[in-house]
Structure formats: structure tokens, C-alpha cells
Design a protein around this ligand. Structure first.
Ligand SMILES: Cc1ncc(COP(=O)(O)O)c(C=O)c1O
Length: 388
């Protein structure tokens, strides 16, 4: 008997870049050397103090379930991080440790969405967001954003896009795939617009710490009613540990806790104990050095791509992505991605993965590989385009 999939599965798409990655791997298997600029995670290893904390914890052998909201010392350490980094007091009771920002987004949306609710989000944007909403039987509504507004929505756009069924807005700052931020005044205007309509604002701050030349401010400064997402994946370089967190208003904690208990019982115990070492001076010093390295890479790749003919109207100030308009280089970014891979040995992500707003005109380049590799990638693209 054929298995019938849920209707919602029709709206949940795969990552198109996976196809390109498979091609890249096939080329590598044939001995080709590929410069990887498609990868959305830091290339650095887990900070050593974090590894040692995990090893010490494992040596004790007591690896059991934890509280669904996370272990108290970690929730307190995260609150301490808000105090020292941002100068704001966050009650640890509002901090929920999750299985990555992915788990945090699912818990928040799962606790908030009633089937049929509409939520606003940006296009281009992080592709999983619309799928999370769909999974919760909500209706994602895209706001098309472009370089004229730093690829971030304006209050006017949110107001115009809001309908009687809209319940909230989800934004990321810095954002994936564009690396652009929402200025504090703009965030305040967005929050006011959402609040006036009785909606909920979720701000994904997963790329905080990876901003260049300045520190981003958290949306929690504006209000305790804003929901904030964060993660150990990017700034702390801990993608594979699957650990993040969510800050929610007090009245949402219980529902989020119930969902976490039922969906996965608790976040990884080893990862939580390891993450206690993330906030130590030694780890933070390492993360800051890596941040400087990411900035140097951006400062190499950005002018390099521009020299090649890519159009990057707004300077990305955070994350590790450059979202480039392919301008005169090709008319189809998916085809260009294939050419870059096959003819120049450079892997990058076509716009297709990030939404439906002019995807064929854009590509995302990630500087998650060393400066020497980036320089090699630029050289190879220079000779490819020189041959055109
Ligand atoms: C904007 C954004 N949010 C959330 C995530 C999920 O990250 P994780 O679950 O590893 O914390 C990512 C990963 O790339 C992302 O780019």
C-alpha cells in the first residue's frame, strides 16, 4: 500500500544547494579541489574549553535527561551574558535552552500559531522559517525586501502587509542570506507597528557576536514582550552540538516548556554542560579572535566580488554571508552556480534557496573558509569571467 504523506509536505521544500553540494562532492571524489563558499557554518573547531568541559562531564558518566527548559546553571550563565554583553537584566526563568535556534523557532512558533494564522517574514530570508510556519499549519506571508532597505522590512511594509489574520512578524538581524542588520530605530518602529496590531514580534539574533566594527543591540532592550532567538552555533562555533536558546515573556514559558517536554524531553545534556564553558573569558577571547578573522575575510571577499562584476549595493555588516546580485555575469544564478562549480571549482549558493524574490538574480557567498581559499576562489572566478 502506498504511504500517503501529509498535505503540508507539499509546501516543505528541500535545500536546493544540497544538489550542488552533492555535485561538488562528486567532483572532489574525482580529485578536483573545490573552494567552498556555500557552507553556512563556521569552519573553526569547537573552542577547546568547551571540549574540555564536555570531556569532564562525560568522565562522570551521569548523562541523564535534564529539565525541559535546560539546566539552571546554563540559563543563569546566559542571563549573565545578557548582563555583561548588552548591559540588560534578563530573568533566567524566561530563558529556555533549546536544540539550536531551530528548536527555539519551532517551540516559539508551535506555542503561538493557531492553524490559519498568518505570519510575516522576509524574502529573501532563512528558508526554514516558512517551513516551520507551514509545519505549525500557519500561513507564511513574504515581505519582499531588497538592497534599498538593507534587505530588512520597513514599518510601512509591515503595516501594509498586515491583514485581519496576521498574528506576527519574524525577522533576523543580522540576517541570512544577506548579512544585513535592522537599525535600532527601525526595530523600534517595527515593534510599534506589530504592537499596535496586537501581534507578536520574534527577532532571530543567531548571528549576534558576528558583527564587524560594532556590537549589535538586542531586541530585549526594547521590550520583555519581544521573543528572542539565539544559538551556540555561529558565534560560539558549536553547530554540531545542537544547542541554542529562546527568551520569552513570562506568560509563554509554561506553554513552551510543555511543548519541549513532549517534542524532545530536553536539549542534549552533554551539550548543555559543555556550553557552560562558552561564557568563560578563555572561550570569549577565542570567539573574538575568530570574529576578527571573519571580518578580515569579508573585507577580502566583498571588494573581490565587486571587482568581478557582482553588484553588492549594501555592505553586509554581520554574519558570514554576502548576497550578491549577479548583474551582467549571467541571467540565471542557478546556472551561474553550476558554471562556477564545474568551470572554476567554486561552490556558492544560488538565490533559489532563500525565497521567490528575484532568486535568479542573486547568489550567496559564505566566507566560512580561510582567506587563502577565498583568494583562490576569486582568482579562479576572475579567469572564468575573463574567458567569457
Ligand atoms: C537565520 C538562522 N536562524 C536559525 C538557524 C538555525 O541554526 P541552529 O539550529 O544551528 O542554531 C540558522 C542556521 O543557519 C540561521 O541562518
Amino acid at each position: 500500500m502506498a504511504m500517503n504523506s501529509a498535505a503540508r509536505m507539499a509546501g516543505i521544500e528541500p535545500f536546493h544547494v544540497m544538489e550542488l553540494m552533492a555535485q561538488a562532492q562528486a567532483l572532489e571524489a574525482q580529485g578536483r579541489e573545490i573552494v567552498h563558499m556555500e557552507v553556512g557554518e563556521p569552519d573553526f573547531p569547537t573552542p577547546q574549553p568547551v571540549i574540555e568541559a564536555a570531556q569532564r562531564f562525560l568522565a562522570g558518566g551521569h548523562v541523564h535527561y535534564t529539565n525541559a527548559l535546560g539546566i539552571a546553571p546554563l540559563r543563569e550563565a546566559i542571563a549573565g551574558f545578557y548582563a555583561t554583553r548588552y548591559g540588560i537584566a534578563v530573568n533566567p526563568a524566561r530563558i529556555v535552552v533549546t536544540a539550536g535556534a531551530s528548536g527555539a523557532l519551532l517551540l516559539a512558533l508551535g506555542a503561538l500559531i493557531t492553524p490559519g494564522d498568518e505570519w510575516l517574514l522576509t524574502d529573501p530570508g532563512y528558508p526554514c522559517n516558512r517551513h516551520f510556519m507551514r509545519f505549525c499549519e500557519g500561513v507564511p506571508r513574504a515581505l519582499a525586501v531588497d538592497a534599498t532597505t538593507n534587505f530588512q522590512p520597513t514599518a510601512a511594509q509591515v503595516g501594509a502587509g498586515w491583514t485581519a489574520r496576521t498574528r506576527g512578524l519574524l525577522v533576523a538581524s543580522p540576517a541570512n542570506p544577506t548579512g544585513t542588520l535592522i537599525e535600532p530605530a527601525q526595530l523600534a518602529a517595527l515593534w510599534q507597528t506589530v504592537q499596535e496590531r496586537g501581534g507578536t514580534l520574534i527577532v532571530d539574533e543567531i548571528y549576534h557576536g558576528l558583527t564587524y566594527g560594532f556590537d549589535a543591540r538586542t531586541a530585549l532592550e526594547l521590550s520583555d514582550d519581544i521573543i528572542v532567538i539565539n544559538s551556540f552555533s555561529k558565534y560560539f562555533g558549536m553547530t554540531g552540538w545542537r544547542l541554542g536558546w529562546l527568551v520569552v515573556p513570562p506568560n509563554l514559558v509554561r506553554n513552551v516548556e510543555k511543548l519541549a517536554q513532549n517534542l524532545y524531553i530536553a536539549p542534549s545534556t552533554v551539550a548543555q554542560h559543555a556550553a557552560l564553558a562558552a561564557f568563560t573569558p578563555a572561550t570569549l577571547a577565542l570567539c573574538e579572535a575568530r570574529r576578527a578573522e571573519f571580518q578580515a575575510r569579508r573585507d577580502l571577499l566583498l571588494p573581490g566580488l565587486r571587482r568581478l562584476g557582482f553588484d553588492i549595493a549594501t555592505e553586509p555588516k554581520g554574519a558570514f554571508y554576502i548576497y550578491a546580485e549577479i548583474a551582467g555575469l549571467d541571467t540565471d544564478s542557478y546556472r551561474l552556480a553550476g558554471r562556477l562549480l564545474n568551470e572554476a571549482g567554486v561552490a556558492a549558493t544560488p538565490g533559489l534557496d532563500f525565497g521567490n524574490n528575484a532568486p535568479s538574480r542573486h547568489m550567496r557567498f559564505a566566507y566560512t573558509t580561510g582567506a587563502a581559499q577565498l583568494a583562490r576562489g576569486l582568482e579562479r572566478m576572475t579567469s572564468l569571467f575573463g574567458r567569457q
